[in-house]
Design a protein around this ligand. Structure first.
Ligand SMILES: Nc1ncnc2c1ncn2[C@@H]1O[C@H](COP(=O)(O)OP(=O)(O)OP(=O)(O)O)[C@@H](O)[C@H]1O
Ligand SMILES: [Mg+2]
Length: 504
Protein backbone atom coordinates (compact mmCIF):
# COMPACT_ATOMS: atom_id res chain seq x y z
CA UNK A 1 0.00 0.00 0.00
CA UNK A 2 2.02 2.95 -1.08
CA UNK A 3 -0.02 4.69 -3.74
CA UNK A 4 0.24 8.42 -3.87
CA UNK A 5 -2.98 9.91 -2.56
CA UNK A 6 -1.92 13.53 -2.23
CA UNK A 7 0.58 15.36 -4.37
CA UNK A 8 1.17 19.09 -4.12
CA UNK A 9 3.72 20.85 -6.32
CA UNK A 10 5.00 24.41 -6.61
CA UNK A 11 2.45 25.70 -4.14
CA UNK A 12 2.60 29.39 -3.30
CA UNK A 13 0.55 31.35 -0.80
CA UNK A 14 1.04 34.87 0.50
CA UNK A 15 -0.68 36.87 3.17
CA UNK A 16 -0.21 40.63 3.45
CA UNK A 17 3.47 41.08 4.21
CA UNK A 18 4.17 37.33 4.54
CA UNK A 19 5.15 34.67 2.04
CA UNK A 20 3.63 31.75 3.92
CA UNK A 21 4.33 29.14 1.23
CA UNK A 22 7.07 29.55 -1.30
CA UNK A 23 7.25 26.77 -3.89
CA UNK A 24 6.25 23.96 -1.57
CA UNK A 25 6.20 20.33 -2.52
CA UNK A 26 4.34 17.70 -0.54
CA UNK A 27 3.40 14.06 -1.05
CA UNK A 28 1.36 11.59 0.97
CA UNK A 29 0.88 7.88 0.31
CA UNK A 30 -1.92 5.71 1.57
CA UNK A 31 -1.15 3.76 4.71
CA UNK A 32 1.57 6.09 5.91
CA UNK A 33 1.98 8.63 8.64
CA UNK A 34 3.79 11.64 7.27
CA UNK A 35 5.13 14.07 9.85
CA UNK A 36 5.09 17.66 8.67
CA UNK A 37 7.74 19.50 10.64
CA UNK A 38 9.04 23.03 10.90
CA UNK A 39 9.44 25.93 13.26
CA UNK A 40 6.58 28.20 14.28
CA UNK A 41 5.45 30.10 11.23
CA UNK A 42 7.15 27.73 8.79
CA UNK A 43 3.87 27.32 6.90
CA UNK A 44 2.67 23.90 8.07
CA UNK A 45 -0.86 24.91 9.00
CA UNK A 46 -1.18 27.02 5.86
CA UNK A 47 -0.23 24.04 3.69
CA UNK A 48 -2.73 21.69 5.28
CA UNK A 49 -5.41 24.36 5.21
CA UNK A 50 -4.99 24.50 1.45
CA UNK A 51 -5.27 20.73 1.27
CA UNK A 52 -8.45 20.80 3.34
CA UNK A 53 -10.11 23.67 1.50
CA UNK A 54 -9.79 26.35 4.17
CA UNK A 55 -7.47 28.55 2.11
CA UNK A 56 -7.08 28.90 -1.65
CA UNK A 57 -3.52 28.75 -2.97
CA UNK A 58 -2.09 31.59 -5.05
CA UNK A 59 -0.66 29.09 -7.55
CA UNK A 60 0.55 25.51 -7.82
CA UNK A 61 -0.84 22.04 -8.41
CA UNK A 62 -2.72 19.79 -6.07
CA UNK A 63 -3.74 16.22 -6.85
CA UNK A 64 -5.91 14.21 -4.46
CA UNK A 65 -6.49 10.54 -5.26
CA UNK A 66 -4.88 11.04 -8.66
CA UNK A 67 -7.12 13.89 -9.73
CA UNK A 68 -6.06 17.47 -10.20
CA UNK A 69 -8.03 19.73 -7.89
CA UNK A 70 -8.81 23.40 -8.22
CA UNK A 71 -9.62 25.46 -5.16
CA UNK A 72 -11.69 23.41 -2.78
CA UNK A 73 -14.22 24.48 -0.23
CA UNK A 74 -13.97 22.73 3.15
CA UNK A 75 -17.12 20.80 2.28
CA UNK A 76 -15.71 19.61 -1.07
CA UNK A 77 -12.52 18.54 0.63
CA UNK A 78 -14.53 16.63 3.19
CA UNK A 79 -16.52 14.91 0.46
CA UNK A 80 -13.26 13.90 -1.21
CA UNK A 81 -12.28 12.23 2.05
CA UNK A 82 -9.97 14.86 3.51
CA UNK A 83 -10.53 15.60 7.18
CA UNK A 84 -8.58 17.99 9.35
CA UNK A 85 -8.16 18.40 13.06
CA UNK A 86 -7.23 22.02 13.46
CA UNK A 87 -4.47 23.28 15.68
CA UNK A 88 -6.65 25.90 17.29
CA UNK A 89 -9.79 24.26 18.60
CA UNK A 90 -12.71 25.46 16.58
CA UNK A 91 -15.65 24.23 18.53
CA UNK A 92 -18.97 25.83 19.17
CA UNK A 93 -18.56 26.05 22.88
CA UNK A 94 -22.25 26.36 23.65
CA UNK A 95 -23.22 23.25 21.67
CA UNK A 96 -23.07 19.67 22.84
CA UNK A 97 -20.44 17.12 21.90
CA UNK A 98 -22.82 15.42 19.47
CA UNK A 99 -23.94 18.71 17.91
CA UNK A 100 -20.31 19.65 17.35
CA UNK A 101 -19.51 16.30 15.79
CA UNK A 102 -22.32 16.61 13.27
CA UNK A 103 -21.97 20.32 12.61
CA UNK A 104 -22.78 21.06 8.98
CA UNK A 105 -24.07 17.56 8.35
CA UNK A 106 -26.77 17.33 10.98
CA UNK A 107 -29.13 14.42 10.98
CA UNK A 108 -32.75 15.38 10.52
CA UNK A 109 -36.04 13.62 10.64
CA UNK A 110 -39.12 15.17 9.03
CA UNK A 111 -37.26 18.46 8.78
CA UNK A 112 -36.28 18.75 12.41
CA UNK A 113 -32.95 17.97 14.03
CA UNK A 114 -32.78 14.49 15.32
CA UNK A 115 -30.72 14.95 18.42
CA UNK A 116 -31.32 11.47 19.67
CA UNK A 117 -29.98 9.91 16.48
CA UNK A 118 -26.90 12.13 16.51
CA UNK A 119 -26.28 11.40 20.16
CA UNK A 120 -26.58 7.68 19.55
CA UNK A 121 -24.15 7.76 16.65
CA UNK A 122 -21.74 10.05 18.47
CA UNK A 123 -21.89 7.68 21.37
CA UNK A 124 -20.95 4.73 19.14
CA UNK A 125 -18.05 6.62 17.58
CA UNK A 126 -16.75 7.68 20.98
CA UNK A 127 -17.09 4.16 22.31
CA UNK A 128 -15.22 2.70 19.32
CA UNK A 129 -12.46 5.15 19.99
CA UNK A 130 -12.61 4.24 23.67
CA UNK A 131 -13.19 7.87 24.56
CA UNK A 132 -15.12 8.20 27.79
CA UNK A 133 -17.39 11.15 27.13
CA UNK A 134 -21.10 11.90 27.30
CA UNK A 135 -22.24 13.18 23.85
CA UNK A 136 -24.82 15.44 25.52
CA UNK A 137 -22.22 17.42 27.47
CA UNK A 138 -21.74 21.05 26.46
CA UNK A 139 -18.32 21.39 24.87
CA UNK A 140 -17.43 24.70 26.51
CA UNK A 141 -17.59 23.04 29.91
CA UNK A 142 -15.09 20.33 29.02
CA UNK A 143 -11.39 20.62 29.75
CA UNK A 144 -9.19 21.38 26.74
CA UNK A 145 -7.99 17.79 26.48
CA UNK A 146 -11.53 16.47 26.15
CA UNK A 147 -12.39 19.16 23.61
CA UNK A 148 -9.43 17.99 21.59
CA UNK A 149 -10.73 14.42 21.72
CA UNK A 150 -14.09 15.64 20.41
CA UNK A 151 -12.33 17.31 17.51
CA UNK A 152 -10.52 14.05 16.77
CA UNK A 153 -13.73 12.01 16.98
CA UNK A 154 -15.44 14.51 14.71
CA UNK A 155 -12.77 14.16 12.04
CA UNK A 156 -12.85 10.38 12.26
CA UNK A 157 -16.63 10.25 12.02
CA UNK A 158 -16.45 11.50 8.42
CA UNK A 159 -14.67 8.34 7.26
CA UNK A 160 -11.72 10.27 6.02
CA UNK A 161 -9.05 8.68 3.86
CA UNK A 162 -6.68 11.60 4.24
CA UNK A 163 -6.54 12.68 7.83
CA UNK A 164 -4.66 15.77 8.86
CA UNK A 165 -3.78 16.28 12.49
CA UNK A 166 -2.38 19.70 13.30
CA UNK A 167 -0.84 19.43 16.79
CA UNK A 168 -3.35 16.88 18.06
CA UNK A 169 -1.48 15.97 21.23
CA UNK A 170 -0.60 19.42 22.49
CA UNK A 171 -3.20 19.22 25.22
CA UNK A 172 -3.81 15.51 25.67
CA UNK A 173 -2.93 13.43 28.69
CA UNK A 174 -0.46 10.61 28.24
CA UNK A 175 -3.26 8.07 28.28
CA UNK A 176 -5.18 9.97 25.66
CA UNK A 177 -2.04 10.20 23.57
CA UNK A 178 -1.68 6.43 23.75
CA UNK A 179 -5.30 6.10 22.64
CA UNK A 180 -4.66 8.47 19.79
CA UNK A 181 -1.62 6.51 18.65
CA UNK A 182 -3.61 3.32 18.76
CA UNK A 183 -6.30 4.96 16.60
CA UNK A 184 -3.64 6.24 14.19
CA UNK A 185 -2.20 2.74 13.78
CA UNK A 186 -5.64 1.29 13.10
CA UNK A 187 -6.35 3.95 10.47
CA UNK A 188 -2.98 3.31 8.87
CA UNK A 189 -3.77 -0.36 8.55
CA UNK A 190 -7.00 0.55 6.84
CA UNK A 191 -5.01 2.45 4.21
CA UNK A 192 -5.64 5.95 5.47
CA UNK A 193 -2.92 8.50 4.85
CA UNK A 194 -2.16 10.69 7.84
CA UNK A 195 -0.46 14.07 7.95
CA UNK A 196 0.87 14.58 11.43
CA UNK A 197 2.05 18.00 12.63
CA UNK A 198 3.71 18.20 16.03
CA UNK A 199 6.35 20.04 17.98
CA UNK A 200 6.70 17.10 20.34
CA UNK A 201 9.48 15.48 18.43
CA UNK A 202 9.94 12.65 20.90
CA UNK A 203 6.56 11.21 19.95
CA UNK A 204 7.42 10.78 16.27
CA UNK A 205 9.21 7.51 16.90
CA UNK A 206 5.98 5.78 17.85
CA UNK A 207 3.97 6.43 14.73
CA UNK A 208 5.82 8.17 11.93
CA UNK A 209 6.92 6.59 8.63
CA UNK A 210 8.22 9.61 6.77
CA UNK A 211 8.97 13.25 7.48
CA UNK A 212 8.64 16.41 5.42
CA UNK A 213 10.53 19.41 6.72
CA UNK A 214 9.69 23.03 5.98
CA UNK A 215 11.49 26.21 6.85
CA UNK A 216 10.36 29.81 6.20
CA UNK A 217 7.62 28.70 3.86
CA UNK A 218 9.94 26.52 1.81
CA UNK A 219 10.21 22.81 1.29
CA UNK A 220 13.51 21.61 2.77
CA UNK A 221 13.49 17.81 2.67
CA UNK A 222 11.39 14.70 2.69
CA UNK A 223 12.72 11.34 3.86
CA UNK A 224 12.04 8.06 5.62
CA UNK A 225 11.99 8.45 9.36
CA UNK A 226 14.23 5.37 9.63
CA UNK A 227 16.93 6.97 7.53
CA UNK A 228 17.36 10.10 9.61
CA UNK A 229 18.23 11.17 13.15
CA UNK A 230 16.64 13.64 15.54
CA UNK A 231 19.69 15.89 15.32
CA UNK A 232 19.40 15.98 11.56
CA UNK A 233 15.68 16.74 11.72
CA UNK A 234 16.23 19.57 14.19
CA UNK A 235 19.03 21.16 12.23
CA UNK A 236 17.03 20.96 9.00
CA UNK A 237 14.07 22.58 10.73
CA UNK A 238 16.02 25.32 12.40
CA UNK A 239 18.71 25.80 9.79
CA UNK A 240 21.42 25.71 12.42
CA UNK A 241 22.59 23.57 15.29
CA UNK A 242 20.80 23.85 18.62
CA UNK A 243 23.42 23.45 21.27
CA UNK A 244 21.34 22.77 24.31
CA UNK A 245 17.71 21.76 24.33
CA UNK A 246 17.43 22.46 28.04
CA UNK A 247 19.76 25.28 29.03
CA UNK A 248 20.27 25.38 32.78
CA UNK A 249 21.74 28.28 34.67
CA UNK A 250 22.67 27.77 38.25
CA UNK A 251 21.80 30.41 40.79
CA UNK A 252 22.18 30.48 44.49
CA UNK A 253 18.85 29.61 46.06
CA UNK A 254 17.85 32.67 48.05
CA UNK A 255 15.17 33.55 50.53
CA UNK A 256 11.57 32.49 50.25
CA UNK A 257 9.62 34.97 48.16
CA UNK A 258 6.23 33.42 47.90
CA UNK A 259 4.29 31.10 50.10
CA UNK A 260 0.95 29.43 49.67
CA UNK A 261 -0.60 27.85 52.78
CA UNK A 262 -3.53 25.45 53.03
CA UNK A 263 -5.09 26.62 49.79
CA UNK A 264 -8.47 25.11 48.95
CA UNK A 265 -10.50 25.92 45.87
CA UNK A 266 -13.10 23.83 44.09
CA UNK A 267 -12.51 20.12 44.32
CA UNK A 268 -9.15 20.08 42.54
CA UNK A 269 -7.18 22.26 44.93
CA UNK A 270 -7.06 20.57 48.30
CA UNK A 271 -4.88 21.86 51.08
CA UNK A 272 -2.14 22.95 48.70
CA UNK A 273 0.91 24.52 50.29
CA UNK A 274 4.35 25.36 48.92
CA UNK A 275 7.06 27.99 48.83
CA UNK A 276 8.99 29.57 46.00
CA UNK A 277 12.45 30.95 46.56
CA UNK A 278 14.63 33.47 44.82
CA UNK A 279 16.94 31.92 42.31
CA UNK A 280 14.97 28.79 41.53
CA UNK A 281 12.45 27.53 39.05
CA UNK A 282 9.82 25.19 40.42
CA UNK A 283 8.14 22.76 38.06
CA UNK A 284 4.69 21.35 38.76
CA UNK A 285 4.38 17.84 37.43
CA UNK A 286 1.37 15.58 37.35
CA UNK A 287 -1.20 14.08 35.07
CA UNK A 288 -3.79 16.19 33.33
CA UNK A 289 -6.53 16.87 35.85
CA UNK A 290 -4.20 16.77 38.85
CA UNK A 291 -5.21 20.28 39.86
CA UNK A 292 -2.12 22.15 38.75
CA UNK A 293 -3.95 24.56 36.44
CA UNK A 294 -6.65 25.04 39.06
CA UNK A 295 -3.99 25.89 41.65
CA UNK A 296 -2.52 28.62 39.46
CA UNK A 297 -5.99 29.96 38.69
CA UNK A 298 -6.97 30.09 42.35
CA UNK A 299 -3.76 31.90 43.27
CA UNK A 300 -4.19 34.37 40.43
CA UNK A 301 -7.74 35.13 41.51
CA UNK A 302 -9.51 33.73 38.46
CA UNK A 303 -11.36 31.13 40.51
CA UNK A 304 -12.59 31.74 44.06
CA UNK A 305 -10.68 30.26 46.98
CA UNK A 306 -12.47 28.47 49.78
CA UNK A 307 -9.64 29.01 52.22
CA UNK A 308 -5.94 29.51 52.41
CA UNK A 309 -3.27 32.14 52.79
CA UNK A 310 -0.88 33.71 50.30
CA UNK A 311 2.27 35.46 51.43
CA UNK A 312 4.53 37.58 49.29
CA UNK A 313 7.86 38.75 50.68
CA UNK A 314 6.66 37.89 54.16
CA UNK A 315 3.40 39.80 53.93
CA UNK A 316 -0.05 38.34 53.50
CA UNK A 317 -1.74 39.42 50.29
CA UNK A 318 -5.45 39.24 49.74
CA UNK A 319 -6.33 38.18 46.23
CA UNK A 320 -10.04 38.30 45.43
CA UNK A 321 -9.74 39.07 41.76
CA UNK A 322 -7.09 39.04 39.05
CA UNK A 323 -6.40 42.76 39.39
CA UNK A 324 -5.36 42.18 43.03
CA UNK A 325 -2.81 39.59 41.92
CA UNK A 326 -1.38 41.73 39.14
CA UNK A 327 -1.11 44.71 41.46
CA UNK A 328 0.77 42.59 43.98
CA UNK A 329 3.14 41.44 41.25
CA UNK A 330 1.83 37.91 40.81
CA UNK A 331 1.07 36.97 37.21
CA UNK A 332 -0.05 33.95 35.25
CA UNK A 333 0.48 32.94 31.63
CA UNK A 334 -2.49 30.59 31.26
CA UNK A 335 -2.91 27.29 29.51
CA UNK A 336 -5.80 27.97 27.17
CA UNK A 337 -4.40 30.88 25.24
CA UNK A 338 -7.37 31.36 22.96
CA UNK A 339 -9.85 31.60 25.80
CA UNK A 340 -7.86 33.16 28.64
CA UNK A 341 -4.53 34.31 27.34
CA UNK A 342 -5.19 36.51 24.34
CA UNK A 343 -7.67 38.90 22.80
CA UNK A 344 -7.52 37.34 19.36
CA UNK A 345 -9.29 40.26 17.76
CA UNK A 346 -6.63 42.70 18.88
CA UNK A 347 -3.13 43.38 17.60
CA UNK A 348 0.07 42.12 19.19
CA UNK A 349 0.64 45.68 20.40
CA UNK A 350 -2.66 45.87 22.22
CA UNK A 351 -2.38 42.42 23.69
CA UNK A 352 0.97 43.27 25.20
CA UNK A 353 -0.03 46.79 26.23
CA UNK A 354 -3.36 45.92 27.81
CA UNK A 355 -2.17 44.47 31.12
CA UNK A 356 0.61 47.05 31.25
CA UNK A 357 -1.46 50.20 30.85
CA UNK A 358 -0.59 51.25 34.39
CA UNK A 359 3.04 51.59 33.38
CA UNK A 360 2.32 52.94 29.89
CA UNK A 361 -0.09 55.77 30.62
CA UNK A 362 0.85 59.27 31.60
CA UNK A 363 -0.84 61.08 34.46
CA UNK A 364 -3.82 62.01 32.30
CA UNK A 365 -4.39 58.36 31.50
CA UNK A 366 -3.21 58.63 27.92
CA UNK A 367 -1.05 55.88 26.50
CA UNK A 368 2.47 56.98 25.68
CA UNK A 369 2.70 55.62 22.19
CA UNK A 370 6.48 55.66 21.87
CA UNK A 371 6.94 53.84 25.13
CA UNK A 372 4.31 51.31 24.10
CA UNK A 373 6.06 50.73 20.78
CA UNK A 374 9.39 50.26 22.53
CA UNK A 375 7.89 47.80 24.99
CA UNK A 376 6.20 45.77 22.26
CA UNK A 377 9.13 45.71 19.90
CA UNK A 378 11.42 44.69 22.69
CA UNK A 379 9.10 41.81 23.58
CA UNK A 380 8.72 40.74 19.95
CA UNK A 381 12.47 40.80 19.40
CA UNK A 382 13.51 39.11 22.59
CA UNK A 383 11.07 36.25 22.06
CA UNK A 384 11.62 36.18 18.30
CA UNK A 385 7.92 36.50 17.53
CA UNK A 386 7.62 36.04 13.80
CA UNK A 387 5.54 38.92 12.45
CA UNK A 388 5.98 41.79 9.98
CA UNK A 389 4.78 44.32 12.57
CA UNK A 390 3.51 44.66 16.13
CA UNK A 391 0.26 45.96 14.67
CA UNK A 392 -0.72 42.61 13.17
CA UNK A 393 -3.75 40.92 14.71
CA UNK A 394 -2.67 38.06 16.93
CA UNK A 395 -5.20 35.85 15.10
CA UNK A 396 -2.94 35.88 12.03
CA UNK A 397 0.09 34.57 13.93
CA UNK A 398 1.07 30.95 13.82
CA UNK A 399 0.03 28.98 16.91
CA UNK A 400 3.44 29.02 18.52
CA UNK A 401 3.87 32.70 17.98
CA UNK A 402 0.55 33.35 19.66
CA UNK A 403 1.84 31.50 22.69
CA UNK A 404 4.87 33.75 22.75
CA UNK A 405 2.61 36.82 22.88
CA UNK A 406 0.90 35.39 25.99
CA UNK A 407 4.28 35.18 27.66
CA UNK A 408 5.46 38.49 26.22
CA UNK A 409 2.87 40.61 27.94
CA UNK A 410 4.15 39.64 31.36
CA UNK A 411 7.73 40.14 30.37
CA UNK A 412 7.17 43.81 30.16
CA UNK A 413 6.41 44.44 33.80
CA UNK A 414 8.25 43.97 37.03
CA UNK A 415 6.58 40.99 38.57
CA UNK A 416 7.59 39.17 41.76
CA UNK A 417 6.04 35.83 40.95
CA UNK A 418 5.51 34.47 37.47
CA UNK A 419 3.40 31.35 36.97
CA UNK A 420 3.46 29.66 33.59
CA UNK A 421 0.89 27.04 32.69
CA UNK A 422 2.20 24.79 29.89
CA UNK A 423 4.35 27.62 28.55
CA UNK A 424 5.81 25.76 25.59
CA UNK A 425 2.71 24.10 24.31
CA UNK A 426 2.81 24.15 20.52
CA UNK A 427 6.12 25.94 20.44
CA UNK A 428 8.98 24.82 18.20
CA UNK A 429 12.33 23.57 19.48
CA UNK A 430 14.18 26.81 19.00
CA UNK A 431 11.43 28.93 20.54
CA UNK A 432 11.17 26.53 23.47
CA UNK A 433 14.79 27.25 24.22
CA UNK A 434 13.94 30.97 24.06
CA UNK A 435 11.18 30.50 26.64
CA UNK A 436 13.61 28.56 28.88
CA UNK A 437 16.12 31.38 28.54
CA UNK A 438 13.37 33.75 29.55
CA UNK A 439 12.51 31.69 32.62
CA UNK A 440 16.19 31.53 33.49
CA UNK A 441 16.47 35.28 33.12
CA UNK A 442 13.56 35.80 35.54
CA UNK A 443 15.18 33.38 37.95
CA UNK A 444 18.46 35.28 37.81
CA UNK A 445 16.59 38.49 38.59
CA UNK A 446 15.34 36.95 41.82
CA UNK A 447 11.79 36.51 40.58
CA UNK A 448 9.96 33.44 41.81
CA UNK A 449 9.18 31.28 38.82
CA UNK A 450 6.89 28.30 38.71
CA UNK A 451 5.60 26.39 35.73
CA UNK A 452 3.15 23.62 35.07
CA UNK A 453 4.19 21.19 32.39
CA UNK A 454 3.08 17.83 31.13
CA UNK A 455 6.33 17.27 29.30
CA UNK A 456 8.52 15.19 31.52
CA UNK A 457 11.72 16.10 29.69
CA UNK A 458 11.03 19.78 30.20
CA UNK A 459 10.19 19.40 33.89
CA UNK A 460 13.36 17.41 34.47
CA UNK A 461 15.47 19.62 32.21
CA UNK A 462 14.48 23.07 33.45
CA UNK A 463 13.08 22.95 36.99
CA UNK A 464 15.42 23.19 39.97
CA UNK A 465 12.78 21.71 42.20
CA UNK A 466 9.81 19.59 41.22
CA UNK A 467 6.47 19.47 43.01
CA UNK A 468 4.13 16.66 42.01
CA UNK A 469 0.37 16.84 42.29
CA UNK A 470 -2.31 14.20 42.04
CA UNK A 471 -6.02 14.57 42.56
CA UNK A 472 -5.83 18.11 43.85
CA UNK A 473 -3.13 17.47 46.43
CA UNK A 474 0.62 17.81 46.53
CA UNK A 475 1.94 14.27 46.76
CA UNK A 476 5.61 14.96 46.90
CA UNK A 477 8.54 17.10 45.97
CA UNK A 478 12.18 16.63 45.02
CA UNK A 479 15.15 18.50 43.71
CA UNK A 480 16.15 18.17 40.07
CA UNK A 481 19.12 16.08 41.13
CA UNK A 482 16.87 13.58 42.92
CA UNK A 483 14.31 13.37 40.16
CA UNK A 484 13.68 10.37 37.99
CA UNK A 485 10.80 9.74 35.66
CA UNK A 486 9.66 6.80 37.79
CA UNK A 487 9.62 8.84 41.00
CA UNK A 488 7.55 11.56 39.38
CA UNK A 489 5.09 9.09 37.88
CA UNK A 490 4.66 7.25 41.14
CA UNK A 491 3.78 10.48 42.91
CA UNK A 492 1.60 11.61 40.02
CA UNK A 493 -0.57 8.51 40.39
CA UNK A 494 -0.74 8.45 44.16
CA UNK A 495 -4.48 8.77 44.59
CA UNK A 496 -6.07 9.09 48.00
CA UNK A 497 -6.97 5.46 48.37
CA UNK A 498 -3.52 4.30 47.43
CA UNK A 499 -2.01 6.61 49.99
CA UNK A 500 -4.35 5.19 52.58
CA UNK A 501 -3.45 1.60 51.83
CA UNK A 502 0.25 2.40 51.75
CA UNK A 503 -0.05 3.89 55.22
CA UNK A 504 -1.99 1.03 56.70
N1 LIG B 1 -4.75 34.32 7.97
C1 LIG B 1 -3.50 34.81 7.97
N2 LIG B 1 -3.27 36.12 7.73
C2 LIG B 1 -2.02 36.63 7.73
N3 LIG B 1 -0.90 35.88 7.92
C3 LIG B 1 -1.07 34.58 8.16
C4 LIG B 1 -2.37 33.96 8.20
N4 LIG B 1 -2.21 32.63 8.45
C5 LIG B 1 -0.89 32.42 8.56
N5 LIG B 1 -0.20 33.58 8.39
C6 LIG B 1 1.27 33.73 8.42
O1 LIG B 1 1.83 32.74 7.57
C7 LIG B 1 3.01 32.20 8.15
C8 LIG B 1 2.87 30.68 8.27
O2 LIG B 1 1.93 30.41 9.28
P1 LIG B 1 1.45 28.94 9.67
O3 LIG B 1 0.31 29.11 10.60
O4 LIG B 1 1.24 28.16 8.43
O5 LIG B 1 2.72 28.38 10.46
P2 LIG B 1 2.94 26.96 11.18
O6 LIG B 1 4.08 26.30 10.51
O7 LIG B 1 1.66 26.25 11.24
O8 LIG B 1 3.41 27.42 12.62
P3 LIG B 1 3.08 26.82 14.11
O9 LIG B 1 4.03 25.71 14.35
O10 LIG B 1 3.40 27.96 15.04
O11 LIG B 1 1.66 26.44 14.14
C9 LIG B 1 3.21 32.90 9.48
O12 LIG B 1 4.15 33.93 9.30
C10 LIG B 1 1.84 33.44 9.79
O13 LIG B 1 1.94 34.61 10.58
MG1 LIG C 1 0.40 25.75 12.77
Amino acid sequence: MDDLIVSMEHVYKSFPGVKALDDVHFELRSGEVMALLGENGAGKSTLVKILSGVYARDSGHMEIFGREQGDLTPKQAQELGVAIIHQELNMCRHLSVAENMFLGREKTRLGTLSNREMEAEASTILRDLKIDLDPRKVVGELPVSKQQMVEIAKALSTNARVLIMDEPTSSLTSREIEDLFRIIRELKNKGCGIVYISHRLEELQYIVDRVTIMRDGQFIASMNYQDTTMDEIISLMVGREIREQFPRVSCKKGKSVFEVKHLNAGHLVRDVGFQLHEGEIVGFAGLMGAGRTETTRAIFGVDPKTSGEINLDGRTVKIHKVADAIRAGIVLAPEDRKKDGLCTKLSIRHNIALPNLDTLCDKAGIVRRARETRMCEHAVNSLMIKTPSVDMDVATLSGGNQQKVVVAKWLARNSRVVMFDEPTRGIDVAAKVEIYHLMNKLKQQGIAVMFVSSEMSEIMGIADRIIVMCDGRITGEMTAAQATQEKILTLATRFDKKVATANE
